[in-house]
Ligand binder design. Sequence first.
Ligand SMILES: Nc1nc2c(c(=O)[nH]1)N[C@H]1C(S)=C(S)[C@@H](COP(=O)(O)OP(=O)(O)OC[C@H]3O[C@@H](n4cnc5c(=O)[nH]c(N)nc54)[C@H](O)[C@@H]3O)O[C@H]1N2
Ligand SMILES: Nc1nc2c(c(=O)[nH]1)N[C@H]1C(S)=C(S)[C@@H](COP(=O)(O)OP(=O)(O)OC[C@H]3O[C@@H](n4cnc5c(=O)[nH]c(N)nc54)[C@H](O)[C@@H]3O)O[C@H]1N2
Ligand code: SF4
Ligand SMILES: [Mo]
Length: 758
Amino acid sequence: MALKMTRRRFLQSASLAAATIPLSKVVSADSSFTSGEFAAPGSFKDTKTVYGGVCEMCFWRCQLVGKVRDGQLVKLEGNPKSIDNGTALCARGNAGLKLIYDPDRLKHPMKNVGERGKPKWKKISWDEALDACAKGLQKVRKKYGPQGVALWYHGASAHYPTAFFEHIGVPNICEPAFYQCRGQTAIAMLKTLGYVPNEDVDMANAKAMLLIGTHIGENIHLSHVRNFITGKLRGAKIIVVDPRFSASAAKADVWVKIKPATDTAFLLAVMNYLIDKGIYNKKFVKESCNGFAKFKKGISGMTVKKAAKICDIPAAQIIEVAEILAKNAPNVAIHPGRHATWYGNDFQRIRAHACLAALLGGYDVPGGIQNINRMSAGHVHWPEAEFDDDYDPEDFALAEMAEKYPFRPPGTPTDMIRETMITGKPYPIKGMVVWGANPIKTFPVQDETKKALKNMDFVMVTDVSPTDITMWADILLPEACYLERYDHIEKGTQWDCSAKPQQFIAPRMPLVPPMFERKDPVWIINGLAKRMGVGKAIPVKTQEEYVDHCLKEVEDVELSIAKIKKEKGIYIQEGESSYLEPGDVAEFNTESEKIELYLEELEEEGFSPVPVYTKVPEPPRGYARMIYGRSPVHSFNRSQNNAWLHHEIPENPVWLNDELAAKMGIKDGDRVSLENQDGVKTTGTTIVKVTPGIRKDVIYLAHGYGTDNPAMTVAHNQGIDDQSMNTRTVIEPETGCCGMRINFVRLIKDGKSISIPA
Ligand SMILES: Nc1nc2c(c(=O)[nH]1)N[C@H]1C(S)=C(S)[C@@H](COP(=O)(O)OP(=O)(O)OC[C@H]3O[C@@H](n4cnc5c(=O)[nH]c(N)nc54)[C@H](O)[C@@H]3O)O[C@H]1N2
Ligand SMILES: Nc1nc2c(c(=O)[nH]1)N[C@H]1C(S)=C(S)[C@@H](COP(=O)(O)OP(=O)(O)OC[C@H]3O[C@@H](n4cnc5c(=O)[nH]c(N)nc54)[C@H](O)[C@@H]3O)O[C@H]1N2
Ligand code: SF4
Ligand SMILES: [Mo]
């Protein structure tokens, strides 16, 4: 791996750089920075601590404090008051400094005077920019109706804009990052348990844990990693199922080197074994589960022997896993999973996670999945809009078409919006608004996304930095980043469920004011609303008022920004333990008020009511399946231009099995590119990591690399883009989410394609 520094040295150098080098030297020279904005630092004595920051280098939202000197942020630290991340931040959290002062960041509104996708930027004023956006969107609305506009969004800053676009009747709104992330996990859990446990699994107090994929340690969500490591240190047995020796596999007692896409068969076999041997939790199943007899019968076909063959693992290992789980039940952490859009057969797999936890009684007990009480928090709503008689946004929500995906996450499936943008059916979508999302990188089949964007009459993008999506804007709006603005409330609970139960609320507050012409979402949207003739409906005047309003809506406690400031950024109150009292029975908010082992709703819609394994196509001869995961120091594509993080892991090595490599004549560190089953090649190159820690039928790489946008001067063309290899996708029939591990690749070295031996 191209790690040039140890993590400890990185953190030392990161904080040293922040503490001692004038920022004017840390950022590279850029003519648009005035010297005044990057004045020389004062003395250490002048450094003050500003409370109330909330990280958004990823979406875990750790609570921060900023060290500020002469109006400049010189260091970020975890908020000592935090019951979540404490004083810790991960590498990305630390490196937020290099985002805020990245000279490549968007500074002014810009108009594309070149082509979409090959932009030429002209700096314009906010008046010009908002006029152009209002005009562009109104023109589309006039010609095609309000349904002519669609929205793709992600992130905390998109709450208010989304509410605005709903208010003006935009019917097709999608969070591609939810649809292609944990959307289907959420719905599978909701239907099975009656609530969405997210990653609320009490690993710190588990006696055994099971991770399917879920590569904690590369997947860095700070308190979640801490939860996992604490469980490990307290002696939990760890089972990791992964075709690759992931960071969590490296901490495991049992590594199940499973054939990709076969996890449901594995889980079914484990469950069958528990049932056959009578070593499941009979009391829990009787009291808290619905449809056990039909479930038992429905899954009985997947024997240990059969699954061993399908999953390409020893039968003895399936039995070993089942025995470990049974022995440690109910204190077992069956991880619900997060990113699940793998193969298009994943809804059933996530249901299997929930059912296995049920057979073990692993709910609301130490170690188990927790139904965590969270404080309610307010939102700001635009007033209910009144539309013409002949227009009802619901009639245009592509909802009828989407009905074929009865278990879809909220919103219009990403794929359906894209399709409609291209075909104009059932009606034209000709205006696209993108707010904080990068669908070029997020969403498979890039050519289709580009075709859809080309087909628009108007595209408006709001972002903090140039990324691959910003190249497709007609008007590009620069937003203040998470360190420079107020934002929607974050709420949570103590991560270790055995600790004194506490809950917190931490709204995001700015650590320093925004530079250049960067603005917050309320400012931008209100300007747009006025120009689009809905100024009277504006619910709040400033971003600060917006957050104050959300705080006032929190039930049972009086909160305000002033109060949160006094509380050093975090309001903490006593909570209730999520563990059941002895004698209590867990509650599930489903139709049967129990865990739906057998989900009738699925049957009614023509799907299997018990989890079922569906086979997916195998790699063609000469290719291996491409799988992906996280780089521990990056968040998707969004952090790639961060100089500190780029310095750590500048490209994404392609993992190749060592025996294969020997046959192919490939050595560790060789420079290669990838070619997929459709003959599409990656633009950039990367190095090979030759390792026994991966199966022979897969090639692995970290997601997010391989940036097309030359305006990202650090990241441009560094590493390779996994999404560019996803020229095919599969739409999951239950949910409408896109499977992204169904493409196959081989290597190219020195211009020659090298097949993967069988
Ligand atoms: N550093 C960092 N951390 C992050 C993020 C980030 O961008 N950077 N993003 C966050 C977000 S939004 C998400 S959703 C999560 C995603 O992180 P996870 O939810 O952990 O993602 P997964 O896809 O479950 O896990 C990826 C692992 O699955 C393995 N895998 C691939 N195919 C299969 C298979 O068929 N079966 C099994 N059992 N394993 C398979 C891969 O080898 C890899 O180790 O990470 C979060 N954490
Ligand atoms: N091939 C492949 N596809 C994937 C994944 C994968 O692992 N492989 N992972 C999937 C998962 S789990 C997820 S969660 C999604 C992630 O999908 P996205 O969230 O769309 O991914 P990012 O690349 O982080 O793009 C976010 C965009 O928001 C911008 N941004 C950052 N901060 C702000 C802000 O404060 N305001 C505004 N307006 N913009 C901001 C960034 O610069 C960037 O352009 O991708 C999914 N798609
Ligand atoms: S896990 Fe890291 S990047 Fe994510 S919010 Fe926490 S400190 Fe920030
Ligand atoms: Mo995600």
